[in-house]
Design a protein. Structure first.
Length: 645
């Protein structure tokens, strides 16, 4: 379906991609992996590939521009503008045909042909309504019903409080763009770091969506669990070349290690054989009795196909947070904390206490207040009510998730640190940047040309300029490759201070944190234990909420009279709704039978039309019946599912 043939990309004398080749079939689910800066995002953007002209591609980049001034639902529904355009064109053609009398002309025939084409296109689009489709995807990506009429973004200057009350965060705007891509029903999805701003529940919904998606998926992600759950094939970019493995990520890691081990063993055996052969040639080169054997071995060496070991990029972060002075026992305490902005309360009445040495995760849906709490801890935002207090001798190093906004794009890598470094560390900036894989000419690169992962590393390097006893990290692993995430995780586990981290990365948090604060529906709840414990508990709660079943061993508790009356009224309401659904289903079944009958009659007439039959009119009626039948059938299917539930 899509072929990438001998593609090369160079920047000056540096070859990023060198004659790479691979093929994407119609239903492939491919994980594209490699270190930050290896060329994954560049490959996504390439236009020089062989693909059918009719192929529809949905592309989600890492960093994107967002539309302003529309509501969430309006922005999602903009995907369906083409339907309104087709309906408008069809209405115009119908009006023209009603006025024209040149029935035998080529222009009239062209209008009829265009009308039939539009009818066919609209018939294909006549299933679930655009609004219903949009709502289904937006709910799956984590939006609530009352958020669909909120503006996506408004114009304002700077980082103002009123801007925060009217706009969605970068993560929510990314979800809107993702919803638009999914609603456009592409043949191929190109997704560059789609889970960076998704919470855990939305990631699980998205996993299920992609597994059921009938087209091809090419996916860049540093979430290994997400890759394992979605992909069945792994394409690795390594030092400008690609290696293709027909397995998910975890199996790829194992197979790659086995492949290198086999190559190494074969290479070493061949080298020993070559060494012995060359030794024989050198010993007996000038002995006439051995000349035939010497010549035979020389020819054998010339014909020998030399085994090569795949190159490996073994450069890794060297990350160890500097020790700092001891803080007080309580690092941060929020009592009866209500936090928000002039027109919006994000959460209220929260009790939060973070003690020295704890590793704490802030988790929950985007927009529930995790980053807002970080701003309170940093002293950038005053609470609306309650008390927020930072402990004695606390020195906080803060990593914000929007590094692309915080870092100056016109500054160089070296200049970014040199501008803020003070004291003895200034003499070691090149060594520090080398530890974060900025070597040689890399330190002179402008921030504007860095990949997402390189910006994340640069932001993390800034934290090493001073010894902090508290690290507040907001989505630190966004854009980081898997190896770098592992190294960061180990460094944070060894960090002897306090950690407060916002993350949606299940694998990163697992084994790192021992306490979680969940932000949900305006409340903050403390959970002791690992992220795995929390996930298991949350799934249990979700099942109980959906099924509302009592264990078999328990007897139902007698309810008060008022509650029994309320329950009876609810059951009565449900029965009334069921009757309405059943009546509608009966009506649709009659309509479907009537339309199918009439379509059968038209098919017979069109198979052998008589002189009195208007073929054009019959065709138009048939297409209209087909559109209506498809819509009725889809509605009938949806209603039957509701009745079953």
């Amino acid at each position: 379906m899509i072929s990438i043939n001998n593609v090369s990309v160079s920047f000056g004398s540096w070859n990023l991609l060198d004659c790479i080749n691979f093929h994407i079939s119609e239903t492939d689910k491919i994980g594209l992996v490699g270190k930050n800066g290896a060329g994954k995002s560049t490959l996504m953007k390439l236009g020089s590939i062989d693909k059918p002209s009719s192929l529809k591609i949905g592309y989600l980049p890492q960093i994107m521009e967002h539309h302003r001034g529309h509501t969430v639902l309006e922005e999602a529904l903009s995907v369906f503008d083409y339907i309104h355009e087709m309906e408008g064109e069809l209405a115009g053609i119908t009006a023209q045909l009603a006025e024209r009398t040149d029935y035998e002309s080529a222009a009239y025939a062209a209008l009829i042909e265009r009308m039939n084409h539009l009818n066919d296109r609209l018939a294909l689009e006549s299933g679930l309504s655009p609004r219903a489709q949009a709502e289904k995807v937006l709910y799956g990506l984590g939006f609530k019903a009352d958020e669909l009429d909120r503006l996506t973004e408004t114009f304002s200057q700077g980082w103002e409080l009123d801007r925060l009350t009217e706009t969605f965060s970068q993560g929510w705007n990314m979800r809107i763009e993702l919803a638009k891509i999914l609603l456009s029903q592409p043949d191929v999805l190109l997704l560059d770091e789609p889970t960076n701003h998704l919470d855990i529940e939305s990631i699980e919904w998205f996993e299920d969506y992609l597994k059921a998606f009938r087209g091809a998926v090419l996916l860049v992600s540093h979430d290994r669990k997400f890759l394992d759950n979605v992909t069945t094939r792994t394409v690795e970019i390594l030092l400008g070349h690609v290696n293709d493995y027909k397995v998910p990520y975890s199996q790829y890691v194992t197979l790659r290690a086995e492949r290198i081990a086999q190559q190494t063993a074969a290479y070493e055996n061949q080298q020993r054989m070559i060494e012995k052969t060359e030794d024989f040639i050198n010993r007996f080169r000038y002995k006439p009795t051995k000349s035939n054997q010497v010549q035979s071995r020389i020819k054998a060496l010339e014909k020998l196909e030399r085994i090569e070991i795949d190159e490996s990029d073994n450069a890794t972060l060297s990350l160890k947070f500097p020790p700092a002075q001891r803080s007080g026992d309580v690092v941060f305490k929020g009592t009866d904390l209500t936090v928000g902005y002039p027109q919006k309360v994000v959460f209220r009445d929260a009790q939060i206490e973070i003690k020295r040495g704890e590793k704490v995760a802030l988790i929950g849906r985007n927009g529930e207040g995790k980053t807002t709490l970080m701003r309170v801890i940093m002293g950038e935002l005053e609470p609306k009510a309650g008390e927020a207090k930072v402990g004695h001798n606390v020195k906080i190093g803060y990593y914000a998730q929007n590094q692309e906004d915080i870092l100056d794009p016109s500054e160089t890598v070296f200049g970014t640190l040199d501008r803020i470094a003070v004291g003895e560390i200034r003499t070691k900036l090149r060594d520090l940047l080398g530890a974060f894989l900025f070597k040689g000419e890399d330190i002179d690169k402008k921030v504007s040309v860095l990949s997402g992962g390189e910006r994340a590393r640069l932001g993390m390097a800034k934290l090493m300029l001073s010894p902090y006893n508290v690290l507040a990290l907001d989505e630190p692993t966004n854009h980081m490759d898997i190896r770098s995430k592992d190294i960061l995780k180990q460094a944070l586990k060894a960090f002897d201070g306090t950690l407060i981290v916002v993350s949606h990365d299940r694998d990163f948090l697992d084994g790192l944190v021992d306490k979680l604060y969940e932000f949900r529906d305006g409340k903050v709840t403390e959970h002791l234990g690992s992220v795995q414990d929390f996930l298991q508990k949350r799934k249990l709660e979700s099942l109980q909420e959906l099924e509302r079943k009592l264990p078999l061993a328990e007897k139902p508790v007698e309810k008060p009279v008022k509650e029994q009356v309320k329950q009876f009224q609810q059951q009565k309401f449900v029965s009334k709704e069921q009757r309405k659904l059943q009546n509608r289903v009966s009506f649709l079944e009659k309509e479907i039978a009537r339309r199918e009958g009439r379509m059968g009659e038209i098919e017979k007439l069109l198979s052998a039309p008589g002189p009195q039959d208007d073929v054009m009119e019959l065709t138009r009626e048939y297409l209209e019946l087909k559109r209506a039948l498809d819509a009725d059938t889809d509605e009938w299917t949806t209603l039957m599912e509701q009745l079953d539930n």
